[in-house]
Design a protein around this ligand. Structure first.
Ligand code: NAD
Ligand code: TYD
Length: 367
């Protein structure tokens, strides 16, 4: 029990890539009940939660973070001591094709969620018995390093004080949501914390993103599409390390603060794909004796493609004593093994809507 609240958290977007990893780890660690509010867009998949399907500590609710009545009802019914907001449209390329959903969920949806959380928080403060201090509640907003924009090769990594300069509709919508969260702290004293994490990879990653897309294409004998010259740099973090950072910030982060989360693993896209191919060459050699690298194809670049992201995670390490458990080399090997061992999940996600996205995105994109 946390003050007069239940040992329950409300997680939004918990059927997606990171949210599902977070919930599975939370439940397996016996940390309490999770109410999982997810709209089940193309990116939401209940198969990601198969491990906790029968567990009464996981309560799935199909719905939208922008549905204020539903959010109010869930908060009143379950009285969570925290809300962790993962729900978002998350794919940059989709935001370029159609930004509308990004504005609706990431900006308007987060705003509606904040409004209902604010009302809930105010009620908690009013009803608290006199022997309690303010309820130990917090709203944790999960955000991205992409809000900081792009770096040149000589720039220092992003810190929490780097000015926001988002360049894609996705990152602009996340930046807007971060600003709303910040404003609710300063204006209404809503107890919030925000995390800004670098690129994640690992189990349950939807295969529209670079690593799972190339992994599955490699196994299917298809081309591995590298945008532009492949020299764009991303800072990669194994998803379970992101989840451990969120748990730590939830537990000990200072209210109103933001924390950068990263793994000190800057890599050019072409190097990531070469490492991936090398692991596949070893674990699943091709029958014809050729290397998976032969499937690499350079395709037309993404419009407005950010050149480099790099996260300075020293605040989180110094103040909250957090460290990632995986290096890129250990994490990527675990990831490849996971995909090789989870053919049922792969077949489940690579049907339907996913196929039509791949047709739309990659047809006619040869460089
Ligand atoms: P994802 O696209 O895999 O999952 C998003 C989930 O949110 C899906 O289950 C979807 O159904 C749900 N959702 C979408 N709109 C919703 C709505 N209106 N109401 C309720 N649920 C909704 O995304 P992800 O990669 O798991 O990312 C989760 C969060 O982490 C996002 O906020 C993203 O910006 C952030 N983030 C992601 C990365 C990364 O590398 N993937 C890195 C840093 C931060
Ligand atoms: P992505 O996984 O979409 O994440 P983000 O855009 O949020 O960083 O892309 C990671 C990098 O890989 C990015 O620089 C774009 C590049 N990329 C490709 O080269 N080819 C692809 O098919 C995809 C999806 C991404």
């Amino acid at each position: 029990m946390k003050n007069q609240l239940n040992n329950t958290i409300l997680v939004t977007g918990g059927a997606g890539f990171i949210g599902s990893n977070f919930i599975v780890d939370w439940i397996n660690a016996g940390l309490g009940t999770v109410i999982n509010l997810d709209k089940l867009t193309y990116a939401g998949n209940l198969e990601n939660l198969a491990e906790v399907k029968e567990n009464p500590s996981h309560v799935f609710v199909h719905g939208d973070i922008g549905d204020r009545n539903l959010v109010a009802e869930l908060l009143a019914k379950y009285r969570p001591y925290a809300v962790v907001n993962f729900a978002a449209e998350s794919h940059v390329d989709r935001s370029i094709h159609g930004p509308e959903d990004f504005i609706q969920t990431n900006v308007v949806g987060t705003f509606h969620l904040l409004e209902e959380v604010r009302a809930y928080w105010q009620r908690l403060c009013e009803e608290k018995p006199s022997e309690f201090s303010n309820p130990d509640f917090r709203f944790l907003h999960v955000s991205t390093d992409e809000v900081y924009g792009t770096l040149s090769s000589s720039d220092p990594a992003f810190t929490e004080t780097t000015p926001y300069a988002p360049n894609s509709p996705y990152s602009a919508s996340k930046a807007a949501s971060d600003h709303l969260v910040r404003a609710y702290y300063h204006t209404y004293h809503l107890p919030v914390v925000t995390t800004n994490c670098s690129n994640n990879y690992g189990p349950y990653h939807f295969p529209e993103k670079l690593i799972p897309l190339c992994l599955l294409n490699a196994l299917a004998g298809k081309s591995l599409p590298i945008y532009g010259d492949g020299q764009q740099i991303r800072d990669w973090l194994y998803v379970k390390d992101h989840c451990s950072a969120i748990r730590r910030v939830l537990e000990a982060g200072q209210l109103g603060e933001t924390y950068n989360v990263g793994g000190w693993n800057e890599k050019a896209n072409i190097d990531v794909i070469n490492i991936l191919c090398e692991i596949l060459n070893e674990l699943k050699p091709k029958a014809d004796g050729t290397k998976y690298q032969s499937q690499i194809t350079f395709v037309k670049d993404r419009p407005g493609h950010d050149r480099r992201y790099a996260i300075d995670a020293s605040k989180l390490e110094r103040e909250l004593n957090w460290k990632p458990a995986e290096t890129f080399e250990t994490g990527i090997r675990k990831t490849v093994l996971w995909y090789l061992e989870h053919q049922f999940w792969v077949n489940n996600v690579t049907s339907g809507e996913y196929r039509s996205w791949i047709d739309q995105q990659y047809t006619g994109r040869a460089a």
